[in-house]
Design a protein around this ligand. Structure first.
Ligand code: AMP
Length: 375
């Protein structure tokens, strides 16, 4: 039986994927440059190496039947080489290729007839000024590559801020996007199996602070029509994208009820952490099922509502968890600590999920629980 999984990236996403892979009897090896990484702590073996270390990736390929990733990895040459040797790789180099370049991703979405904010490739200050003539200010200047948690974005409110934006993202390949004055941000985690079966988890609202996901509310407290629209768009995205595995689809809800796609993440997603306790099959188990050719599981919620709050670091020091005793006395509250040795400002150190009869009940309890915990 093929039961060996290799994961590229040893952070919290790999760790939570590994818990479910182990539950289903797989052996797991992870590759990550940090010894004893969050995933390394819970798997059979960690190869300590950089993600782009060809020798190490080949070694991982040799001892894996299935290869997947928790990061946006796309050394397409080495992935092609391994897939020719019989390793099943999901998402594929082609899928990563479409997603990794945010400009190509936007072009792909537009070509598929999916609604996105207006955008255009830019190189110079003149290009940005020309774009502003069409789109108006404010504008979002965005890096095409290696941009996550808003790190590759610069908001340009008027002409005088163009230089500041260019300076912030200097030497990067760029594009600009029309500013969307959204009322809420929504997201849907979608899974596609190797056989083409697609399921979408309930659409959630995501609340960001400083461009980092802070709170996730499931189901999103919006009109059912909006949820249905968002779900349809997420499924349509996957029908066009074709890759196997779990994907996060981030969306904007505008004042006049339009839903636009902001971004696709080719991996398990922060907006889906609530599924561990909040749905019959967690997004992590779903991903393992999807990439190993197993049938997908039920995405039904286990409670009327679930609220997830991230535990973000608030200082720089060795990590030490305080307050667990109090939180663990609270019913329907679930704590996840990622095992990172060092706390840093805004670093994702863990998360708390609360299940409740109503969104309000779960939300208030999540805020209360978060205040009890220090890390
Ligand atoms: P991104 O990394 O591009 O998904 O952007 C991070 C965050 O920036 C999003 O979650 C939004 O809060 C905000 N953002 C991104 N693009 C836009 C846009 N076109 N208009 C308004 N806000 C945006």
């Amino acid at each position: 039986m093929k039961n060996r999984i290799g994961i590229v990236g040893g952070g919290q996403l790999g760790r939570m994927m590994a818990f479910d892979a182990k539950k289903l009897g797989f052996t797991v090896t992870v590759i990550d440059p940090t010894p004893n990484s969050p995933t390394g702590q819970v798997v059979d073996r960690q190869i300590v190496a950089d993600f782009y270390d060809k020798k190490a990736i080949r070694e991982l390929g040799k001892i894996s039947d299935f290869l997947t990733s928790e990061i946006e990895f796309s050394d397409s040459k080495i992935l092609d080489e391994l897939s020719q040797k019989g390793v099943q790789i999901h998402p594929s180099a082609k899928t990563f290729g479409t997603i990794n370049d945010k400009l190509e991703q936007k072009k792909f979405l537009r070509k598929a007839g999916l609604p996105v904010a207006d955008f255009i490739e830019v190189e110079t200050k003149d290009d940005i000024q020309n774009a502003a003539k069409n789109f108006g200010y404010p504008l979002l200047l965005k890096a095409r590559f290696d941009a996550y948690d808003g790190r590759g974005n610069a908001l340009i409110k008027n002409k005088s801020q163009i230089d500041i934006g260019l300076n912030k993202l200097r030497r990067k390949k760029l594009y600009v996007e029309k500013f969307v004055s959204f009322t809420k941000e929504l997201a849907a985690v979608v899974a596609r199996s190797t056989k083409g079966e697609i399921v979408s988890y309930p659409v959630v609202e995501t609340i960001h602070k400083n461009n980092i996901c802070h709170i996730v509310i499931a189901p999103a407290p919006v009109d059912k029509k909006v949820t249905n629209k968002a779900k349809r768009l997420a499924i349509k995205t996957m029908q066009h994208l074709k890759g196997a595995g779990v994907f996060g689809i981030e969306m904007f809800l505008t004042k006049n009820g339009k839903v636009l796609i902001n971004e696709i993440a080719p991996r398990v997603h922060n907006s889906g952490h609530f599924t561990i306790e909040g749905c019959r099959t967690s997004q992590f188990e779903q991903h393992i099922r999807a990439v190993t050719g197993l049938p997908l599981g039920s995405i039904e919620m286990t409670a009327p509502s679930a609220v997830m709050i991230n535990i973000l670091g608030e200082r720089q020091s060795p990590a030490q968890v305080k307050g667990l005793e109090k939180i663990l006395k609270m019913p329907n509250v679930f704590v996840h600590i990622y095992g990172k040795a060092e706390t840093k400002n805004e670093r994702k150190m863990g998360h708390i999920t609360v299940l409740g009869k109503t969104v309000k009940e779960a939300y208030n309890k999540a805020i209360k629980a978060r205040k009890l915990l220090m890390i």
